[in-house]
Design a protein around this ligand. Structure first.
Ligand SMILES: C[S@@+](CC[C@H](N)C(=O)[O-])C[C@H]1O[C@@H](n2cnc3c(N)ncnc32)[C@H](O)[C@@H]1O
Length: 229
């Protein structure tokens, strides 16, 4: 299954003792993510990704039929979980990174999602208003895991999100953010781009499966934010 010596397969299992109707019946989902040992952010699943993916898994009943766009997908664990739970998902990464986009497609294929049939993968570069942005179509939910990884990209992300939320006023941007420096903040940019933010508590994530989310994220400080207009 592996694509050369540099590829490692990582398994993520999402489970619950209860089904979508809240009855006691075990449900689970297994996702395989190929990771490449290369010096690029997009070939590795960052600790923020399982947190967002677990949140989606626990809200899987609400995902069915939703039009979802994931930005900065990389290995796309959250978007793939959403697609497996019945959402219509478009994954995206920078249009300037064709190898990253090819890897995102491989992540889909390894999970039996046929690109352009079960899931879409497009180039979408933050802060650029090109055709790809207008071709996205209606959106109910935007996902982003560890996109705010350095301050130089913060405003480009929020400009893009502000534009998409203006076109889709009922949509929201659900994102996980890894705190790397206490000096970094998006607060002033949220105000500048007319965006509001609510922080979700992640402490109970995984409880229905008997797991502690902090065992997955280790020492990292991860926050789950909902950004809306
Ligand atoms: C830290 S990685 C997170 C990847 C993945 N979402 C995860 O959590 O595992 C940041 C991602 O943002 C993408 N990215 C970086 N700059 C970008 C830009 N200007 N436009 C769109 N995507 C970008 C990278 O290619 C990479 O996939």
């Amino acid at each position: 299954m592996s694509d050369g010596p540099n590829e490692q397969l990582k398994k993520f299992v999402f489970s619950s003792k209860y089904n979508c109707q809240g009855q006691i019946q075990e449900e689970s989902l297994e996702i395989i993510i190929p990771e490449l040992l290369q010096a690029s952010y997009s070939f590795y699943t960052w600790p923020s990704a399982p947190v967002l993916a677990w949140f989606l898994w626990e809200h899987r009943k609400e995902l069915v039929g939703l039009q979802i766009l994931e930005i900065g997908s990389g290995t796309a664990l959250p978007g793939i979980v959403a697609a497996k739970c019945g959402a219509k998902v478009t994954l995206s990464d920078s249009a300037t990174l064709p190898k990253s986009l090819a890897h995102t497609k491989r992540c889909c294929q390894l999970n039996n999602l046929i690109v352009n049939q079960d899931i879409r993968v497009i180039g979408l570069t933050w802060g650029l208003f090109l055709n790809d942005l207008s071709s996205v179509g209606p959106i109910d939910l935007i996902l982003g895991s560890d996109c705010f990884y350095e301050p130089s990209v913060f405003e480009d992300i929020l400009v893009t999100i502000s534009y998409l939320l203006e076109a889709n006023p009922n949509a929201k941007f659900l994102c996980t953010y890894q705190e790397r420096s206490s000096d970094w903040s998006i607060e002033h940019l949220l105000a500048k781009w007319n965006l509001k933010c609510q922080v979700h508590n992640i402490n109970n994530l995984g409880q229905s499966a008997g797991i502690d989310i902090h065992d997955l994220i280790g020492d990292h400080s991860i926050h789950l934010l909902e950004i809306f207009r």
